[in-house]
Design a protein around this ligand. Structure first.
Ligand code: GLU
Length: 468
């Protein structure tokens, strides 16, 4: 069998949404599973709707999800000479023709067909016409679609699909401004790039018979098609912005890990028994086109949250730390001004659902603060708390600075003072973090660092003493 080659071919008219990312993931997985190649192609021939920010967002999203490509990105706008060459060949071979029909004629024809209850389609007026035309008369180029028989293909997901050629029309392959159209470029590209498996959304099923006829006209081998059913929102309607975040980068901003999103996306349409958690390696080894579901899948944010919590806890801390660094920077924090990010992850991953939340909770590790959370202060800074802080300061100053030793020493202090540990730990948390919630007190002290911890406790003593 020839080397498997798949591709992801987004049109850069907006951010990369989860539907596109799922298609990209499936194409990537299939290539990796087969030891084949994965191509990235930017379908930017619609110059009015394609934008550079959209291209950048697609590349950034693919990199973040770590869907690495072996070839490309190819840009269709850089391949116009090649498309022109193929169109000229098709014209010369009589497999395509110039159509000079005016807008008015086409509109009248369409109206007439609608009136008769027929499907609107080009009537082939210029197909065999020998009318003379002046060189400056505008024209489009149409493909001479076969008029009889059927186009059939065995879709890897949908099974056998047939279209009658009589239902298809001679579609335009070159517009009057000279630019080639989607259905044409996609075939030339997939042919030139040696694509063996076309995995894409099922909104393209109706384009496939036209494309297959073009493959035949070019004498090219038709690839295997795999049309994946769409993604629905949790209310059963087509997934859209109404359902919340749909762009991949929005998920990053909201604090999800790429591992969680990939795992989530692979389950939107692919299953292996009732397994929910798939490492990257498992996804690659278990993925198969046969196991793609025929029916649409529904988006379920709770499951994504659950997967994210799972990966935050189980991935190596240094992996999570890389992503945390991005969030800290986004929140305007200088990572060099605090403890090692891995240590933060170890202490906070059980307490947070997302990295955005984690980054928000650790501002005190990177910058000083001037105010204390009111609720915590009201609850914990009672009569005697300042004295407890003073005693704690002495203990901490003289203690070995490790979480275990600090926890032990402060517990001993609570016993000595005959008070609960909360009355020692909570005022300290307020002094160290400005809030009454943080990981274990020994961990919190070590993350803040000895010098900074001591000066924050002193500062809190002064602050609350004056208030008393
Ligand atoms: N550019 C098309 C799109 O974004 C995909 C074309 C294809 O996969 O064949 O919908």
């Amino acid at each position: 069998m020839s080397l498997v080659k798949t591709r992801f071919a987004p049109s850069p008219t907006g951010f990369l949404h989860v539907g596109g990312a799922r298609t990209a993931l499936f194409s990537w997985l299939y290539a990796r599973h087969c030891g084949g190649k994965f191509v990235l192609r930017i379908e930017d021939t619609d110059r009015e709707r394609s934008t550079q920010p959209a291209i950048d967002a697609i590349l950034e999203s693919m990199q973040w999800l770590d869907l690495n490509w072996d070839e490309g990105p190819y840009y269709q706008t850089k391949r116009f000479d090649r498309y022109k060459e193929v169109i000229d060949e098709l014209l010369a071979q009589g497999k395509a023709y110039k159509c000079y029909c005016t807008k008015e004629r086409l509109e009248a024809m369409r109206e007439e067909q609608m009136k008769k209850g027929e499907l609107p389609r080009y009537d082939g007026h210029c197909r065999d016409s020998h009318e003379e035309h002046s060189p400056d008369e505008p024209y489009v180029v149409r493909f001479k679609n076969p008029q009889d028989g059927v186009v059939a293909f065995d879709d890897m997901v949908k099974g056998h699909i047939e279209f009658k050629n009589s239902q298809l029309d001679d579609f335009i392959i070159q517009r009057s401004d000279g630019t080639p159209t989607y259905n044409f470029c996609v075939v030339v590209d997939d042919f030139d790039m040696g694509i063996t498996h076309v995995i894409r959304g099922d909104d393209h099923v109706n384009n496939t018979p036209k494309q297959i006829n073009l493959y035949h006209a070019l004498g090219a081998k038709v690839p295997v098609f795999c049309h994946v059913a769409m993604i629905l929102g949790d209310d059963g309607t087509k997934l859209s912005k109404r359902h919340g975040a749909v762009s991949v980068m929005q998920y990053r901003e909201d604090g999800y890990l790429p591992e969680a999103l990939n795992n989530y996306l692979v389950r939107l349409g692919f299953s292996h028994g009732d397994q929910e958690i798939f490492s990257r390696e498992e996804m690659i080894s278990l993925f198969s086109l046969d196991a793609i579901s025929k029916s649409a899948s529904s988006f379920n944010t709770k499951k994504l949250d659950w997967l994210n919590a799972h990966y935050m806890k189980t991935l190596p801390a240094q992996e999570v730390a890389k992503e945390l660094a991005w969030h800290l920077q986004r929140q305007g924090l200088d990572a060099s001004k605090g403890p090692a990010l891995e240590e933060i992850v170890k202490c906070y991953s059980e307490k947070c659902h997302t990295l955005t939340e984690m980054a928000q909770k650790v501002h005190h590790l990177f910058e000083d603060f001037d105010s204390y959370e009111e609720k915590g202060v009201k609850k914990w800074m009672k009569e005697g708390s300042v004295e407890v802080l003073e005693q704690s300061l002495k203990v901490i100053e003289n203690c070995e600075f490790t979480p275990e030793a600090l926890d032990k020493a402060l517990e001993e202090l609570a016993v000595k003072l005959e008070i609960g540990m909360g009355k020692v730990g909570q005022p300290l948390r307020i002094a160290l973090t400005g809030t009454a919630t943080s990981p274990g007190i020994g961990d919190t002290l070590c993350l803040v660092g000895k010098q900074r911890a001591l000066s924050r406790i002193e500062k809190a003593i002064e602050h609350f003493k004056n208030l008393a």
